[in-house]
Design a protein. Sequence first.
Length: 199
Amino acid sequence: MESKVIKIGGHPYDESLLSSNPYLIDAGAFRGQFCLPFLKRHGGKALCLEPNIAQFPVTWRDLNIVVKQAALTAMDHKDDIEFNVYTDRLDCSSIFPRSDRGNIKKLKIPSVTLREICNIPVDLLKLNIEGEEWELLCQAKHEDLANVSQIAAEFHYGNLTPENMKIEDVIANLKSLGFEVDVKTTGPDHAELQAWRVK
């Protein structure tokens, strides 16, 4: 089958690799700008993770979408974690404090791990999690991503990049888990990653 890579909101994936009834996990769903067009185009179901759940339109919650107020994290946190909502740029809110943003509102929210949410076949794992993508994908183990066919992730550079991590570390780890990986720089502080499982 010939690959057919498309983008929704800057997140590339190969629609030729989707099943006939795809399951999407949209971590960092924000206002649903990815999951709604995805479901309209392909059908299927979606789990949307959004720490600041007030952003997610109530009217979209009946379209085969489960919305969960949680942050996807690399570590298993036993208690709620602190989430920083930057009211001047809601789309930049993060579990990491940011020196380039003001007007902070702090929320206490639950966290989930890849192993908890990827326990059934996942056609596409979309990540826009404002810095946590580094540790999440650098530290992922086989059992975390064994059920995932594709990953579409936005990577954030600058003050959201851990000092000891490079994109090459992410690529090497994903390749060791059986993925092919393509990374494109999309700006001075962003890159988009597309990964797909090698059959």
